[in-house]
Design a protein around this ligand. Structure first.
Ligand code: ADP
Ligand code: ZN
Length: 216
């Protein structure tokens, strides 16, 4: 199974992908994680990539592709993968096209207003990093972490103006890719119209899409 998951920031894409790992027996590969690892290890590639990541810009295709190739050479990727955050450009999609047969592309469709609502109510513990939500996952005591008693804060890029910008960047970059895969008839839309839907339900819908694809 070789699949791609598209979904805007705050769509829960990472959560669903990690749950699918155990079920499908293929690794969840996030190019964002690969880049952050290079930065953390202070490699030459990490030093170059850092300048782009800090500005919120895309890292050049050759760098991202070589990181991905290195990751895909590990034995756990032999049976397939779930790609998260890749491809982000037509060049990256071409690279995949030339090297792998992609079985399925999942497109999580989440209305902007829901994303803004979820992210702008997200609170994070200053000490342990636990995540809360003023609407859906309230701490027992206002603005205080249940786990460690730390103070909760809002991420700088979780302010509504910045969320709108992140969504715009996502839409501009991803829209052409969604059309590209839609035309190839391997894309399935999954609608998440309500952010209180438990992750299991969305995972189930993704598994149904996989079954349908296998029948074809
Ligand atoms: P986001 O929260 O924006 O979805 P990611 O964790 O996917 O972030 O990626 C973080 C950063 O890493 C991006 O802003 C970009 O600079 C870089 N990056 C990750 N994947 C890619 C990619 N496929 N192409 C180019 N840059 C990428
Ligand atoms: Zn805490």
């Amino acid at each position: 199974m070789r699949m791609i998951i598209f979904g805007p920031p705050g769509s829960g894409k990472g959560t669903y992908a990690s749950r699918l790992v155990g079920i499908l027996g293929v690794p969840h590969i996030s190019t964002g994680d690969l880049v952050r690892e290079e930065i953390r290890m202070q490699t030459e590639v990490g030093r170059i990539a850092k300048q782009y990541v800090e500005r919120g810009e895309l890292v050049p295709d050759d760098i991202i592709i070589s990181l991905l190739v290195k990751r895909l050479q590990k034995p756990d990727a032999e049976r397939g993968f779930i790609l998260d955050g890749f491809p982000r450009t037509i060049g990256q999609a071409k690279f995949l096209e030339e090297n792998f047969k992609i079985d399925l592309v999942i497109n999580l469709v989440v209305p902007d207003e829901l994303i803004i609502q979820r992210l702008s109510n997200r609170l994070i513990c200053k000490i342990c990093g636990a995540i809360y939500n003023r609407l859906t996952l309230k701490p027992k005591v206002d603005e205080i972490c249940d786990v460690c008693g730390g103070e909760l804060y809002q991420r700088e890029d979780d302010k509504p103006e910045v969320i709108r910008e992140r969504l715009k960047v996502y839409r501009v970059n991803t829209e052409p890719l969604i059309n590209y895969y839609r035309e190839k008839k391997i894309l399935r839309d999954i609608y998440c119209e309500d952010l209180t839907i438990p992750p299991e339900i969305i995972v189930k819908k993704i598994l149904e899409a996989i079954d349908e694809m296998k029948k074809k």
